[in-house]
Write a protein that binds this ligand. Sequence first.
Ligand SMILES: Nc1nc2c(ncn2[C@@H]2O[C@H](COP(=O)(O)OP(=O)(O)OP(=O)(O)O)[C@@H](O)[C@H]2O)c(=O)[nH]1
Length: 166
Amino acid sequence: MAIRELKVCLLGDTGVGKSSIVCRFVQDHFDHNISPTIGASFLTKTVPCGNELHKFLIWDTAGQERFHSLAPMYYRGSAAAVIVYDITKLDSFQTLKKWVKELKEHGPEDIVVAIAGNKNDLGDIREVPTKEAKDFAESIAAIFMETSARNAVNVEELFQKISKYL
Ligand SMILES: Nc1nc2c(ncn2[C@@H]2O[C@H](COP(=O)(O)OP(=O)(O)OP(=O)(O)O)[C@@H](O)[C@H]2O)c(=O)[nH]1
């Protein structure tokens, strides 16, 4: 079976759950005490897609502001970017919009953008309405999903969608 390599990077505010999403996807594991990423980390996972195998080469970037300038190294050359916000933090949705703008200005022209509203297990303290995020995603032709790395909701599905798009 042919193996296709797909480079994907994760972007978004610190603490939104980028590493947790990757950890759920790659290892099917969740860690309440996961440490903030320093610089970036790299993981891979291979999944079947039709007659092919898709090998995701995943760059999980650090969301802390001091690492912002490193991000272009990871999104340049990426086939897809997953931009993550935390549904319980309106600020993280504003940060997501800044990432969308930066990708538009400096990212690869044909990059597939997926928006993930993470921590949807915390719906009772939600600050970002689903409709607002969905409408925004539609306006930029991005994939949209609300996920929970903790409860393994829509994480696999998110990467499957990206896989199909690519
Ligand atoms: N309730 C809940 N907590 C989550 C979820 N995903 C991540 N967390 C928690 O949120 C915190 C931050 O998660 P990380 O995965 O380190 O966030 P990050 O976006 O990678 O952060 P940086 O590495 O600093 O950019 C941790 O305490 C996680 O356990 C989720 O789906 N639900």
